[in-house]
Design a protein around this ligand. Structure first.
Ligand SMILES: C[S@@+](CC[C@H](N)C(=O)[O-])C[C@H]1O[C@@H](n2cnc3c(N)ncnc32)[C@H](O)[C@@H]1O
Length: 355
């Protein structure tokens, strides 16, 4: 962060799509550049409350307007989803034209939260569970902090493959360092999610926001999210609480089976806490893991979570924008287990964990 909020906002747009994803979502990559150069878009991001000043909120707002039937954006995004879209620069230019013609277009969105529920992150969460399974953890409760629609409460039920087999419930991830972690999956006794604004999968507006937070060019993400949403009613019961990480965690712990350990997990969540809340959450987790059979695992971009005091990693991130995988076992300090693509497309575990 510099002393120039407008420059910061511009850079947030510019770096919103990591370089390795540019080829996969070229229109969104072009939109990121166009937004970074638009004074109206910069004003918009500057008007968002500090914890949510994430370019993805504006991407999602524009996508949501398109999904709501906007006369220009709706067909533009529909074509992009269908793979017959305008060339990337043309797509970006047309979106910017709409935004600049109506600077109030996203007035209803800038108070919302980025709630991207990325199911493919469950590939990394499953890898963590397999390591714990190998260490002898047979039964476990799962608490997902910042759960959004709760789609990452089933890391044990999804298939992880290194090549996409096209099945809706398949997660795709490869290991960049050593073999994929092996081990039996613990039996999940209870599943609890918490979020200050949980998305209801039976609510049409919430479901639209869930889809708006995904990238229209990446149809596989939406297909996966839709498939998990469709399976939730037939999968093991879950409970979703409304509350923040620091307010609702004790209640979540009261709901789970206290005779077995609990894994508290969060993925791309703590970046949205204020610095004070990050620190308070860290203290809470340090106390819980020191005094109870609680594991704490997170996937977060370390630069955005200084208050969690991310431990040193065994190697630098193999690619920019990676999430650090940090796991705290009960009674032990937090340890870096490695790195993961922000949407779970690859992991790079500390080889000692997979040997
Ligand atoms: C980018 S989404 C990630 C959702 C999900 N963890 C995933 O990886 O798919 C961030 C989520 O964190 C939630 N969140 C924001 N502030 C929070 C807080 N103080 N405590 C708990 N969750 C929070 C948001 O409501 C949102 O659903």
């Amino acid at each position: 962060m510099s002393d120039d909020p407008r420059r910061d906002a511009s850079l947030r747009y510019l770096y919103a799509i990591s370089p390795e994803d540019h080829a996969r979502v070229p229109a969104y990559a072009a939109l990121a550049i166009a937004l970074s150069e638009s004074a109206v878009a910069i004003d918009l991001l500057c008007a968002v409350r500090p914890e949510q000043q994430n370019a993805m909120l504006i991407f999602a707002g524009l996508h949501d307007v398109a999904l709501s039937g906007h006369p220009v954006l709706s067909p533009l995004y529909e074509d992009l989803r269908a793979g017959r879209g305008a060339a990337p620069q043309e797509f970006a230019q047309r979106v910017i034209e709409v935004l600049e013609a109506d600077p109030h277009l996203l007035d209803g969105h800038i108070d919302r939260s980025t709630q991207t529920n990325e199911v493919n992150r469950s590939a990394t969460l499953q890898a963590i569970l397999r390591v714990l399974g190998r260490e002898g953890v047979r039964d476990l409760n799962l608490i997902d902090v910042g759960t959004s629609a709760g789609l990452n409460l089933y890391p044990d039920l999804l298939h992880v493959r290194s090549e996409d087999d096209g099945q809706p419930l398949t997660l795709v991830s490869t290991s960049l360092a050593g073999p994929w972690p092996e081990g039996p999956l613990p039996h999940i006794r209870a599943r609890v999610g918490l979020d200050p604004h949980p998305l209801e999968i039976n609510n049409e507006t919430d479901l639209r926001w869930l889809r708006a937070c995904l990238w229209p060019e990446d149809g596989r993400r939406r297909e996966r999210a839709d498939a998990v949403v469709a399976h939730v009613p037939s999968w093991p019961e879950r409970t979703i609480l409304t509350g923040t990480a620091t307010d609702a965690l004790e209640e979540a712990l009261r709901l789970v089976d206290s005779s077995v350990p609990t894994l508290v997990q969060h993925t791309w969540v703590a970046a949205y806490f204020s610095p004070d809340d990050q620190r308070a959450f860290y203290e809470l987790m340090m106390d819980l893991t020191a005094t109870r059979p609680v594991y704490w695992a997170y996937l977060e971009w370390p630069r955005s979570v200084p208050g969690l005091l991310p431990p040193p990693a065994h190697e630098p991130p193999p690619r920019p924008g990676a999430s650090q995988i940090v796991v705290t076992r009960p009674g032990e300090p937090p340890r870096s287990w490695g790195w993961s693509h922000s949407h779970g497309h690859w992991i790079s575990f500390d080889p000692a964990l997979t040997a």
